[in-house]
Design a protein around this ligand. Structure first.
Ligand SMILES: [Cu+2]
Length: 155
């Protein structure tokens, strides 16, 4: 008896494709955290850039005067800068609806500089000076009401 046996096709060894996960290098690795100088004056806030990439952002605020103390409050909000909730004296209401205060650089005397780093997710922000000065008996000067706010974008 003759048995003819066909040689089976050699099993194909499936090579598992080695998917090389492309580990994107930290986009900020080359340049380090973003630093945004901000000039504070009566009654303006001028950041050196109007937007920044999401992540760790350092604001370096400088009070260029001429005579009032100023501060820098970082607020995440979709509201327009001039439409933030306010208190009776015109100050920005940091606990009001539609706003999240990320943090702040405390009041700076004229000529002083302060900096702080914040972890900022992408979104719309407003930078505010929320100093309120009481002059004499009644005169209240809320820097926010005087126009110390500016839009800032984190993308
Ligand atoms: Cu101010």
């Amino acid at each position: 008896m003759h048995i003819s046996q066909r040689c089976p096709m050699p099993a194909c060894l499936a090579l598992a494709g080695l998917a090389v996960a492309s580990l994107a290098a930290c986009a900020r690795g080359a340049t380090g955290p973003a630093v945004i100088p901000v000039d504070l004056a009566e009654y303006t806030i001028h950041p050196a850039a109007a937007e920044v990439a999401a992540g760790q952002v350092t604001f370096t605020a400088r009070n260029v005067g001429p005579s009032d103390p100023h501060e820098l409050v970082v607020v995440r909000t979709d509201l327009a800068g001039d439409a933030l909730p306010t208190g009776a004296d015109g100050r920005f209401d940091e606990a009001g609806p539609g706003v999240t205060v990320i943090g702040e650089i405390e009041e700076l005397a004229v000529g002083a500089e302060g900096s702080a780093m914040f972890d900022l997710p992408a979104g719309n922000y407003v930078l505010v000076c929320n100093v309120v000065e009481v002059e004499g008996d009644e005169e209240v000067e809320a820097h926010y009401a005087e126009g110390m706010h500016t839009a800032f974008t984190v993308r």
